[in-house]
Every structure is written in C-alpha cells, then in structure tokens.
Write a protein that binds this ligand. Structure first.
Ligand code: ATP
Length: 604
C-alpha cells in the first residue's frame, strides 16, 4: 500500500472524530499563541523600567495581561487535552463496537485461520495505538505552527536581523538532528535484526532441548560450530552478544545525536549568538537593547515548539523526511484489513423450510468456489443427498472435499451456484434455522472452557441431565466422562484435558443432542486409534440414523456401506455410485481402494 493510501486509511478510520480533533487543535493553537504574550509583557515591562518614569498602573496592566494570558493559555491547553482524549476514547469504543459487529457477521470460515490472535491484536492494541494520531499529532502540530508563526512574527517586528539569526540557528539545529537521525536508522535496523536473530536462536534452543537431551547431545558448554544440529547454545550465545553490540552502538549514536542537537540550541549557544549579534548591531545600528530579552527567552524555546512543524511539514517539503515507520498507518491498515473482509449476507426476511417429519434433501447445484478469488477450488459441482441417506465424499488430498462440507455448513458462500435444503437455498435461512438443520462434526473439535455438561448442551441449554447422559452413552463417551475428576461437572481445559478421539466423541454427543436432520462429518475418526475408532464408528452409526449424511473420508473402509460414494477430483465429481459399482468401473475410486488396501495389507 502506498503511503497516501495508508494515510487515507487513517483519515477514513478517524473521520468521525474530525470535529472534536479540530476543536482540540484550535484550542492548542490558542494556547500556543497565548504563551508568547507573557514574554511580550516582560519585554514591555523591562522597557518601561529602563526608560524610567513609567507609571505603576502602566506596569500593572502588563502584569495583568501576562497573568490573564497565562491562565487562558493553561485553560485552552487543558480543554484541548480533554477534548482530544475524549475523542480518542469515543473513537476507540466505536471502532471496537464496529469490529465486534463486523466479526459477528463474517463467514465462519474466516475463523479457521489464526483469527483469534490476529483479532485480539487488532481490537486491543491497534485500536489503542491510534491514540497518538487522534489525541496528540494534529493538536500538537497545530500548536507548533501557530507558536512558530507567533514567535517569529513577534521577533521580526522587534528586529528582523536578530530574528533571522534565531530562525537560521533553529533551522540548523533541526537539520543537524535530521541528519543524525538518518545516520541512526541503520543502527535501529541492526538492533531489530539482532533482536529477531536472538529470538529465533532462543526458540531453536528451547525446541531443540528435548531432542538434544534425548540423544545425549546437551552442549551447554560446547563451542559447536553453528552448522551442526546441536550448536543451538553456541548460536544463542553469539546472537545475544551481537544484540548487546548492536544495542551499545545504537545507544552511542543516540547520545551523539542528543548532544549535538542540544548543543546547537543550548541556552549558551543561543545567548552567545544573540548577544554577539546584538553587540554588533548596537555598535553599528540603533537596535533597542531591551529587545534582547525577547530573543533570549523565545530563541531558547523556538526549537522545541517548532519540532512537530519541522518533522511533519518542513522536512517532507525539503524531501528530507526521515523514513521512520508510521505506526498509526500500520495499525489503521490492520484494522482496515479486518473491516474489509466481506460480511456474510444475512437475509432481511429469512425463508422457512417446508414442514417434514422425516429427513431432508440437500442439493448442490453447479457450485463453484474460490477462497481467494483467484484459484478455483470447486468447479460446477452437482451433488444430491437423498433424504435419510449417507453420501461419502472421497478423493485425493486437496481435491476440495472439506470445502464442500464447509459450504454446506455455510462457513462460506459459493462463488457460483447454490446449495439447497428441500429446495430452499441455505443463504436465505437465518443462522438459527440453518444450524438447527445442519450439524457438523469436524476434524478439529472446538471445546469451550466450560463443564463437560455445558459443552454437550451447547445447542440445547435446556437439555435435562438425562438427555445429556443419553447422548454421551450413544457417543461412547459416558464412561470416560465418569472417570473425570468431577464427572459431567469437570471443567475442560482447567480440571482435565481430553484426547483427540475423546474430543471427537464429545463433539458427536453434542451433535446428537442438537438433533439436526442434516449432518456433515469431516474426518470424524481422524484422531481415533484402532480401538477408539470402533467406538467412534459406533457413535457415528447412532448419529446417522434417520438423517441425511455427508461424510468426508480419507479411509475408504469407513464408508464402504454408504448409499452413495462421490469421487471428487480437482473440485468436480468425476464418479458416483455404491462401493461395488465404483469398484466394477475400475476408475479413480478403484485405484484409491486398491492403493489403500494394498498399503494396509503391506502394513499388516
Ligand atoms: N481457508 C483456506 N484458504 C485458502 N485456501 C484453502 C483454504 N482451505 C483449503 N484451501 C485450499 O483449497 C483446496 C481444497 O482444500 P480442501 O481442504 O477442501 O481439500 P480436501 O480434499 O479436503 O483435502 P484433504 O483430503 O487433504 O483434507 C486446497 O488446495 C487447499 O489448499
């Protein structure tokens, strides 16, 4: 993304607080302008005293003007800070609400990737990270511009030659800082690189500990060469030393930067130059000596107050901007990437399914699908699941089998074509009706950090203990639950952890209780060992009774009894029939069958 687009993203996301941020910027500008007034008052008071014969009233007027300006300036600064921070809090809340609403409407398939970590970082850190942009950058920049103009105009009114000298001095200091910062950037890069190296060496060290200990290659004290598998300790030591060197070099560079910049605008330097120039002017021209006070006071502060102005406006114009990473842009980009994910279309007036006592028919008509809009994963797929029958989807790895299951569970919508239940497109059903009709047991079972009972009763919180026990027995998991520390009241993930096969049986119990007429089983026996596979298969047979079933299977022997087996190759159904019919056609299925039976036979 080019910087302009990135900045556009920041502007769009923060557009709703543009009004309050502008108010904060105006208040900050007023405060900056008012800060010059006490100096003007001081110069005038000094002038009146030095001239002699000034009336007390006159002097008190200037003191009063300075005091009022100080109080007003402070009030403006407080108001600016309050308005900006309130805007920041409002923006944070509304962005988080927007993200939460959007996340709730995303396709379920979006959640299968590393969504949890990504979402946490965006909702928590990136939204908070816009703080600097909203609450500080614009108000401070406005204040800097106004303060810069006010000070420079005033100094020029007093004496254009001294004013010019001060402006040149401050500009030189800013250029020196800019030049040195550019020099430092590689040192920052070196520290970041060394830190990453040290991190990966640490991970490698920890990951390798088990292997090296098991194979008696613990090398804590060895100076093994880095290209040996067991040189992790040596590599880590080297990476840590490199990091320390890089850090030291950066610290030295920063110290030089600070010292050089500060020296250019140090009180002594400013005083020296202003006084030297003033002496020169006094000798040759008729400059007012009292004005020196203004140059000394304002010259010292001009560097600090105009720093945001130089960094944001002057240096970029001179094409001297230091290429520092723009955190706000990066954060806005990550927030925008989530907000850009298209939402799942929710029907305004959800359809209803025709009433039936029996199982339901599923029709996939000319379904095509692509995850990324570029590579087609399913191509014009037609598949009919007759009511109360079991259809098995088999085929080579990557053919698109799981994708079909995910489309039926509406994790995504097809790019083309439609999926219908009893003639009603599933995209016209609301989520409650759809998931009351289609249940699924996937390979990766998600369990909540809750009791076993609550995990089973997810779809029917009103289920009685008897209902829950009945489905747990049917799913062959009841005995294992009783063996847990608190039986059905054991909190999963806290009091106990379950094996892959046990998690799948628990998921089957949950699905049995949900009692949906259509079921998708994707590799439901994937984690089962031969012993528990029999238990899971029994549980599945119980689950299948009277339902319309789509079973995605790698191991063909688990689906030989299916009413229909569809072979998927490159996203299209190439063969369909029963096990015997497909074997007799000597096609892809027959090949897969032969391969699997030979492999199993060879292993046996
Ligand atoms: N979330 C995803 N994003 C992008 N591409 C994906 C995603 N999930 C799957 N794919 C791709 O889609 C294609 C079909 O994948 P799918 O998991 O449906 O195949 P499969 O037949 O079930 O494979 P396997 O038998 O190995 O599980 C693959 O090329 C895969 O890389």
């Amino acid at each position: 993304m080019v910087p302009n687009d990135a900045q556009h993203r920041v502007e769009t996301l923060t557009a709703q607080v543009r009004g309050p941020v502008t108010v904060a910027a105006v208040a900050e500008s007023a405060s900056a302008a008012l800060a010059v007034v006490p100096v003007i008052a001081t110069v005038n008071i000094a002038g009146l005293i030095l001239d002699g014969g000034a009336s007390r009233t006159h002097l008190w007027v200037w003191v009063l003007v300075a005091a009022v300006a100080l109080v007003l300036g402070a009030l403006c600064s407080i108001a600016s800070s309050i308005v900006a921070h309130r805007a920041d809090a409002d923006l944070g809340l509304s962005l988080r609400m927007r993200l939460a609403g959007h996340l709730a409407r995303l396709p379920l398939g979006w959640y299968s990737s590393d969504a949890a970590g990504k979402t946490k970082a965006v909702v928590q850190d990136d939204v908070a990270g816009l703080h600097e942009e909203v609450a500080h950058r614009k108000p401070e920049l406005a204040g800097s511009v106004v303060a810069g103009i006010a000070v420079v105009v005033y100094l020029f009114v007093l004496d254009w030659r001294l004013a010019l000298a001060v402006v040149v001095l401050v500009t030189i200091a800013q250029l020196v800082r800019n030049f040195l910062t550019r020099k430092i950037i590689p040192a920052y890069g070196a520290v970041a690189g060394a830190s990453a190296q040290m991190g990966s060496a640490a991970v490698e060290l920890v990951q390798g500990i088990t292997v090296s200990k098991v194979f008696h290659r613990a090398d804590e004290d060895s100076e093994a060469t880095p290209d040996t598998a067991y040189g992790a300790h040596a590599r880590f030591r080297r990476a840590a030393a490199d990091y320390a060197d890089a850090d030291e070099s950066l610290t030295n560079n920063i110290a030089t930067l600070r010292a050089c910049t500060r020296a250019t605008v140090a009180p002594g330097t400013v005083a020296l130059i202003v006084l030297a120039l003033a002496t020169l002017l006094l000798a040759t021209w008729d400059a007012k000596p009292v004005n020196i006070i203004a140059f000394l006071l304002l010259g010292l502060t001009l560097f600090d107050v105009t720093t945001p102005l130089y960094l944001n406006l002057v240096m970029p114009k001179l094409r001297l901007a230091v290429p520092m990473p723009n955190k706000a842009q990066a954060m806005a980009e990550r927030i925008g990437q989530i907000l850009d994910v298209p939402e799942m279309h929710e029907p305004a007036a959800p359809a209803t399914l025709p009433a039936t006592d029996g199982a339901r028919r599923v029709s996939m008509k000319n379904v095509s699908f692509s995850y990324d809009g570029q590579r087609t994963v399913l191509q014009g797929l037609d598949l009919e699941l007759a009511p109360g029958t079991m259809t098995a989807l088999v085929g080579p790895s990557g053919a698109g089998k799981s994708t079909v299951g995910q489309l039926l569970a509406r994790f995504y919508d097809p790019t083309e074509g439609s999926i219908e239940i009893d003639g009603v497109p599933i995209s016209t059903l609301d989520a409650q009706r759809l998931y009351g009709t289609v249940g699924f047991v996937f390979q990766d079972v998600a369990l909540l950090r809750a009791t076993v009972r609550d995990n089973i009763a997810l779809a029917r919180p009103d289920a009685t203990p008897e209902d829950i026990e009945r489905v747990a027995r049917a799913a062959q998991i009841h005995d294992r639950i009783l063996a847990l520390p608190d039986g059905y009241d054991t909190v999963l993930g806290e009091d106990a952890a379950l094996s892959g096969g046990e998690r799948q049986r628990l998921s089957i119990a949950r699905t049995l209780l949900a009692d949906t007429p259509v079921l998708v089983l994707d590799e439901a026996t994937a984690y089962a060992d031969p012993e528990s596979e029999a238990a899971v298969q029994d549980a599945l047979s119980e689950l299948a009774r009277g339902r319309t079933l789509l079973v995605i299977a790698h191991r063909l022997h688990t689906v030989v009894h299916a009413d229909q087996i569809a072979v998927l190759v490159d996203g299209a159904v190439t063969e369909r029939g029963t096990h015997d019919e497909l074997l007799s056609t000597a096609g892809e299925y027959a090949k897969l069958w032969q391969l699997q039976t030979t492999t199993i036979g060879a292993r046996a």
